[in-house]
Write a protein that binds this ligand. Sequence first.
Ligand SMILES: CC(C)(COP(=O)(O)OP(=O)(O)OC[C@H]1O[C@@H](n2cnc3c(N)ncnc32)[C@H](O)[C@@H]1OP(=O)(O)O)[C@@H](O)C(=O)NCCC(=O)NCCS
Length: 199
Amino acid sequence: MEIEISSSIHLMYVSEIQQEMYDSAQRRGTGIAKRSIEYLSKKISEGNAVIATENSEWVGFCYIETWSHGKFVANSGLIVSPKFRNRGVATLIKNRVFQLSREKFPNAKVFGLTTGLAVMKINSDLGYKPVIYSELTQDEEFWNGCKNCVNYEILMKKERKNCLCTAMLFDPENNKTNSVVNNQPENQYNNEKESHLSV
Ligand SMILES: CC(C)(COP(=O)(O)OP(=O)(O)OC[C@H]1O[C@@H](n2cnc3c(N)ncnc32)[C@H](O)[C@@H]1OP(=O)(O)O)[C@@H](O)C(=O)NCCC(=O)NCCS
């Protein structure tokens, strides 16, 4: 399996990806911000997406969006083709798209809204923390994306303070502090303990 930063050679998969995003949301009965073919194609050709393929077959996909003039980044539209699920593909794709987001926008906060346990697990392994919606971008355009979601009425009733999705945020500032603290000698014991735990 190959996991690559997207380019125009991957445009051939765009209809299949869009269809699977829609079908999966229907099956789960959850809301989804619907993405047009044009929007997804732009992400793919600009290199703002990560795509997994195997023997020229589409396996998985995720793309980068920026909000509030680059202060926030979202890794959105994560989707794995049903026959490739539960093999760690989403984890690999999210890791790659997260790394790409950090390279392109090192000072941006990275966030996501999700109802999915798999995504919550992956995000928390990457260092995201659950937050309230007011911690996210307040860019109108981002929230307009929720208009296509079946739960939009709930979001509006709650005055955009919360909804069915869990908000998760990676703040590079907090991460910087953590890595400095963890490098200090007095934290060596904790680090050792942690590495034993992860074995
Ligand atoms: C959600 C989705 C992307 C997961 O893809 P995947 O390749 O099967 O995920 P992975 O194999 O990398 O699993 C990641 C983790 O989530 C867990 N997981 C996977 N699917 C899960 C599910 N349906 N419910 C609960 N946990 C799940 C895995 O056990 C794994 O946990 P672990 O690291 O503790 O072992 C895939 O099921 C999908 O495309 N679903 C439809 C679209 C969707 O829901 N997208 C997310 C929108 S926010």
